[in-house]
Design a protein around this ligand. Structure first.
Ligand SMILES: NC(=O)C1=CN([C@@H]2O[C@H](COP(=O)(O)OP(=O)(O)OC[C@H]3O[C@@H](n4cnc5c(N)ncnc54)[C@H](OP(=O)(O)O)[C@@H]3O)[C@@H](O)[C@H]2O)C=CC1
Ligand SMILES: O=C1O[C@H](COP(=O)(O)O)[C@@H](O)[C@H](O)[C@H]1O
Length: 489
């Protein structure tokens, strides 16, 4: 059993899709594992008028269990109809908080989870402080969903608003990719293995490829997505976080402040493109019709002339000693060939290939060594190396050494939101984005956006089930390279 933690959770947006689909089931997992037991309470808030009983019924449905344990868990849930813009009503929340703190012996510990439209984040944070909900008896932490702004300026304004009420150590900016098992494994793999970290630089690595591929379209989130696009939705946060973990130097210690410091240093050395560079190094796409899929422009809540990108590919360059000259290629998109996330680390070939030489028929040229980190759906690593084939003669052939997490063990792997809620309870910010990380990521992404906003895209330009527009292949082929994951044409 895990050690028990005590806290009051107040969810703003407590009746929303994310709360029911991810947050309450994650809390239930923490309950089953003993992190939450007796000393916790949850207040769900939204404008809808629900009784505690009705809310508990909905939570029970969301956790998909009516066991005795589930019943006990749900008895810790309460509901308060609350419009976050109604300043006067925060006193009602405060009364509830005080009452529940006493009832469950919560020692003043509070987690305020903002799971609602981001335009409310500043308002809620301000009223939590001004109306006296934030106390200094225990801890008061603010967990914030994405998106954190829509460009650097709006993110900065939001951060300044939050900073008036909460210190940086109290703010936990969610990036659910940081809660994924194999993303967390990047640090273990790099800093736990001399054979990997000693080669982890521009002398041995030719390029790194990060692919976040989605099979589904925008589904019911189109009204949000159409104002965001893939660059803001996936690149500014998830991809920039993955890239910074891949690029950073070894932290002094495995602590949140040391890791964040190294990620920030890496992001500071990321080359921020000028207009011409941004136009050359980034491509965008929007899906057309294909199979049973309608074109993006015909999705519900998408304008018929939408120029929102549903695909991005780009090349990132770090100007530092470790990475100078080694590109990081990234891509992400909706309705692509499959749902998966992977990182391919492509090593340089030996300077001299003694097994094949012009005119020789003895061996094919050596293949490239590739280390693939499979993030999802399968979790593991594979290393492609050259070996002698099993023959009388002497020919080399690529073979793969691989490790995959056993599917049975995978089922026990905590969901990202479970890990992140657990970390927030512990006060561990390692797997949350710091303001500095967010700000450098926006500064980089803003330059791409600036160029794209000036030019009309030629949309739609890719077929569902493909790996994006032809321009994504051209981007990498121009450098005489190829995507490691590609479809047979
Ligand atoms: N859903 C998802 O898969 C993901 C969501 N996110 C982020 O999580 C956050 C929540 O998303 P999601 O759950 O999908 O959103 P929903 O639209 O499903 O839920 C919004 C919630 O906010 C409440 N709300 C809206 N206006 C007010 C108000 N003035 N006062 C009080 N409550 C209000 C709504 O209830 P009511 O209308 O009754 O007030 C509802 O509970 C967003 O920031 C989103 O970007 C991030 C990643 C994935
Ligand atoms: O943050 C987001 O992520 C999801 C993809 O997450 P995953 O864990 O399923 O890979 C994406 O669909 C969504 O558009 C975006 O907002």
């Amino acid at each position: 059993m895990a050690s028990e933690r005590s806290a009051l959770f107040i969810f703003f947006g407590g009746t929303g899709d994310l709360a029911y689909r991810k947050l309450y089931p994650s809390l239930f997992n923490l309950y089953q594992k003993g992190t939450l037991r007796e000393k916790f309470a949850v207040v769900g808030t939204a404008r809808d008028k629900l009784t505690d009983e009705k809310f508990r019924e909905k939570v029970q449905k969301s956790i998909g269990s009516d066991s005795k344990e589930a019943e006990k868990f749900i008895s810790h849930f309460y509901y308060e109809a609350h419009d976050v813009t109604d300043k006067a009503h925060y006193s009602v929340l405060k009364e509830r908080a005080v009452e529940l703190d006493k009832k469950y012996k919560l020692q003043g510990n509070q987690i305020f989870y903002l799971s609602m439209a981001p335009n409310f984040f500043g308002t809620v944070a301000g009223y939590l402080r001004s109306e006296g909900l934030v106390n200094d008896k225990g801890f008061s932490r603010l967990v914030i969903e994405k998106p954190f702004g829509r460009d650097y300026d709006s993110a900065k304004a939001l951060n300044e608003a939050l900073a008036q009420s909460f210190d940086e150590e109290q703010i936990f900016r969610i990036d659910h990719y940081l809660g994924k098992e194999m993303i967390q494994n990047i640090e273990a793999l790099r800093f736990g293995n001399t054979i990997i970290e000693s080669l982890w630089n521009n002398r041995y690595i030719d390029n790194i490829q990060v692919t976040l591929s989605e099979k589904l379209g925008v589904e019911e989130r189109a009204s949000y997505y159409d104002k965001s696009g893939a660059l803001r939705d996936m690149v500014q946060n998830h991809i920039m976080q993955i890239v910074s973990l891949l690029a950073m130097e070894q932290p002094v210690a495995f602590t949140d402040s040391d890791i964040r410091a190294e990620k920030v240093k890496a992001l500071r050395s990321l080359r921020v493109y000028n207009v011409a560079e941004a136009a050359t190094n980034f491509v965008r796409g929007q899906y057309d019709a294909g199979g049973k899929i309608n074109p993006y422009r015909e999705e519900d809540n998408v304008p018929a002339d939408s120029n929102t990108e549903t695909f991005v590919a780009g090349k990132l360059m770090f100007d530092n000693y470790r990475w100078s000259g080694t590109p990081f290629y990234i891509r992400t998109g909706k309705v692509l060939a499959d749902k998966f996330t992977r990182v391919d680390v492509v090593f340089k070939k030996p300077l001299v290939d003694i097994f094949s030489f012009p005119g020789s028929s003895t061996s094919k040229p050596l293949d490239t060594n590739v280390l693939t980190l499979y993030i999802e759906p399968k979790a593991g690593f594979a290393l492609k190396i050259n070996a002698k084939n099993n023959d009388q003669g002497f020919q080399t052939a690529p073979v793969t050494m691989e490790y995959f997490v056993d599917p049975e063990d995978s089922k026990k792997t905590p969901e990202p939101y479970e890990r992140l809620l657990h970390d927030a309870l512990k006060g561990d910010g390692t797997n949350f984005s710091s303001w500095q990380e967010v700000s450098y990521a926006w500064k980089f992404v803003d330059q791409i956006r600036k160029v794209w906003d000036l030019q009309q895209p030629n949309f739609p330009n890719y077929t569902p089930g493909s790996m994006g527009p032809a321009a994504a292949d051209e981007l990498i082929e121009r450098d005489h390279r190829q995507w490691v994951y590609r479809l047979n044409k």
